[in-house]
Design a protein around this ligand. Sequence first.
Ligand SMILES: [Fe+2]
Length: 184
Amino acid sequence: MSSQPRLHQHGPETHAFGTVVQLPIALSHDARQYSCQRLNRVLADTQFLHALYKKHHWGVHGPTSYQLHLLFDQHAQEQLALVDALAERVQSLGGVAVGDPRHAAEITGVPRPPDGIEDVPAMLSRLLDAHETILAEARDAAARTAQLGDDGTQDLLVSQVIRTGEAQVWFLAQHLVATRPAGA
Ligand SMILES: [Fe+2]
């Protein structure tokens, strides 16, 4: 016996990405595998939407910067909660959740933003486009997973991903409404 921790250990992969293990939740292998595939796409997209919100939280500028700085961080926190909920849903279906951002980058449909800073209206439009990409994906995935009997996944997508996304779009879009200058 030794109190020396055994460091730098390596081991084989025990559960391959894209496969599902059997769990006694009364859902077929194929339904669980399909749900995991759809959830991982939404998960990857949501990871990048979260990152986009943080990038814009840091880079926002101009007269509305403080208000948007706070709004972007609020939305980022809500998206981060969705990342965790989606990942844990994948695991609870017997799958493997996409974790590494470099892996997520291969799966997401959300375009990469420029490394620098855009105008605020372009930031807002980029966020709205990312939301719409996720909402389209989540609506289709919700309908199809429900058809396969996976009501838990459908519920997560509808009651959390879609509802949160729709509310965030509503708040963002108000910042692109043209207001009349004073005295005009
Ligand atoms: Fe911050």
